[in-house]
Design a protein. Structure first.
Length: 562
């Protein structure tokens, strides 16, 4: 099943390459992506998805999609559905290998009985607070529970009665019997099972005791014959416990490998924190385009290929770091630049009347769909006497270096004509209309005498324009690290200007042919996406990302400074 070494290099693939050379797992490479269904996946999970499924693809191996559903109080079927959709949308296929930790609850329980019979597990009557207090600290050893030396038969009887539902939540737990003086606090008799009278999304009311993650994790990997169990860095100190459980049970033993998780500026990467935003009404749901969730990014117009490229380019490291949000936007922009069809739209319309243009005439101007794609073809855009341009593209008293439209100035209307402003119409000191003329000899946007203009503007024919509601997005938080501010609730750092809704936008008629989630570029304005709330009577568009590439400018400046 394994292949020769892959061209991508990182420390995880170096380990796999070594294992293939030594035939450690019989030439197999088998990974898994194991999300807990207690929230929607975010961009950090996308890195793990791309890593686990990507490694399986690179080495012609397999990758399982497995739900770590060991905590019924926080897990829901909605989250299961959303995770399946997200992984599939990113372009990965687990074939018939969709599993749940709860599929193995019976086997996990039998393993717990086996460990108890060996004298390596015991039922403890201490409550959670007492167990925590007696664990000790990093500099002081823990204290042994007074119930630690219960006879094996008594422990087995109590464990069976826990399973039968005789005890209340928190009344008893099953703990591993390891070493209360161990320097690694995870090894100080960790809890294996707790009592929780809660209905499970997959097993219903069959169980009232549920395994802890550290107990379930390694067993799931073992049962599924995983070769390389790839986790984020916070589980590094849990690896000795992972190994201890599998060794004591004498079962198949995968290798746990830890890598640095993805942290991104101006957002949070905690499902618990994101849930606070959703439940507190600070965002409109898990798929709000401002959220770092995969579903939010899909709704905003990010492409799966761009997200995969981003995850590849940030690499795999052993040390935690934070990635600039601008770099993510750079990857999105770079991808969409190659693939997105161009249209024209006006977000803040200003009326333009072409005085020397026939009242009833309409011309079909030829426009390029994507200059980056020679196969994208062309389209026809209607041009008529009354048009709309952007309010910002006109100034009555322009400052120096303002090259767009102004009184008595000539500019190019893209794909159409050279246009000169001849009159400004105002109401209450506000510019509401421009009167202009076109040079008929410049049809198509070029002058026969080769004269030049300094600006090209986009426009929309008023008679043919579609109305649109456009959502403009900015960063969700006002600071780079919202969780790193001492004595400040991260929700107080939410950006009050993270969304701006424009309701009077005008767009060219070809946009009506787009479907929900279709991505495109409005020339000069940025990349956009059709929101799924769009109906026949209400076109809703989300701006994905602007045209200005801050990250590229940073990189260019860094190169210049070298």
């Amino acid at each position: 099943m394994g292949s020769k070494e892959h061209e991508v290099h990182d420390f995880i693939r170096d380990i796999i390459n070594k294992d293939l050379k030594t035939n450690k797992y019989g030439g197999r490479v088998h990974t898994r992506f194991p999300p807990e269904p207690n929230g929607y996946l975010h961009i950090g999970h996308a890195k793990s998805i791309c890593l686990n499924f990507g490694i399986a693809e690179d080495y012609k191996g397999e990758c399982n999609l497995r739900f770590d559903d060991t905590n019924p109080s926080k897990e829901e079927k909605e989250y299961v559905r959303s995770i399946i959709e997200d992984v599939r949308w990113l372009g990965f296929d687990w074939e018939d290998r969709l599993f749940f930790a709860s599929d193995y609850f019976d086997q996990m329980y039998e393993y717990a009985v086996q460990l108890t019979k060996k004298g390596k597990a015991y039922v403890d009557d201490l409550n959670a607070e007492e167990i925590s207090r007696m664990r000790g600290t990093l500099t002081t050893p823990g204290e042994e529970s007074p119930f630690r030396d219960r006879p094996i038969e008594e422990n087995l009887d109590l464990l069976n009665r826990m399973k039968a539902g005789e005890f209340a939540d928190g009344e008893k737990v099953l703990r591993a019997r390891i070493d209360m003086t161990h320097p690694n606090m995870n090894m100080r008799d960790p809890v294996i099972y707790r009592i929780l009278h809660a209905s499970h999304h997959n097993t219903g009311d069959k169980w009232c005791i549920y395994p802890m993650y550290d107990w379930a994790h390694g067993l799931e990997d073992s049962i599924e014959n995983i070769t390389h169990s790839i986790c984020t860095l916070e589980f590094e100190n849990h690896r000795p416990l992972y190994d201890w459980f599998l060794d004591e049970l004498g079962v198949y033993h995968p290798q746990q490998i830890e890598f640095a998780r993805l942290n991104l500026t101006y957002t949070v990467m905690s499902k618990r924190k994101l849930l606070e935003l959703v439940e507190g009404g600070h965002v409109k749901g898990w798929d709000d385009p401002r959220m770092p969730t995969i579903s939010g990014m899909r709704r905003r117009g990010y492409s799966p290929s761009a997200i995969r490229t981003f995850c590849t380019r940030i690499g795999v490291a052993k040390v935690n770091s934070i990635v600039d949000f601008e770099f993510l936007e750079h990857c999105i922009r770079d991808d969409l630049n190659k693939t997105a069809t161009r249209f024209m739209g006006v977000l803040r319309p200003l009326k333009v009347v072409i005085e020397n243009y026939p009242e009833d005439q309409v011309e079909e101007m030829e426009a390029i769909n994507n200059p980056e794609d020679p196969n994208a073809g062309k389209r026809k855009v209607p041009f008529s006497k009354v048009l709309y341009i952007e309010q910002d593209d006109f100034m009555e008293e322009p400052p120096k270096k303002f090259y767009r439209l102004a009184p008595d100035r000539e500019v190019r209307f893209r794909y159409a004509y050279f246009v000169t402003c001849t009159e400004v119409i105002k109401e209450n000191e506000e510019v509401v209309e421009l009167r202009c003329t076109v040079d008929p000899a410049t049809r198509g946007g070029a002058a026969p005498d080769n004269r030049k203009v300094k600006s090209t503007l986009h426009w929309v024919s008023a008679a043919h324009a579609m109305d649109a509601e456009v959502h403009l997005y900015d960063k969700l938080f006002t600071v780079q690290d919202p969780l790193g501010q001492k004595d400040t609730d991260f929700k107080e750092l939410l950006n009050p200007d993270s969304i701006e809704v424009l309701t009077s936008c005008k767009v060219e008629p070809a946009v009506k042919n787009l479907k929900h989630f279709d991505r495109f570029q409005f020339e000069r304005l940025g990349y956009f996406c059709v929101d799924p709330d769009t109906t026949e009577d209400n076109l809703v568009l989300n701006r994905t990302v602007g045209l200005r590439d801050t990250w590229a400018k940073i990189q260019k400046q860094q190169q210049m400074n070298k």
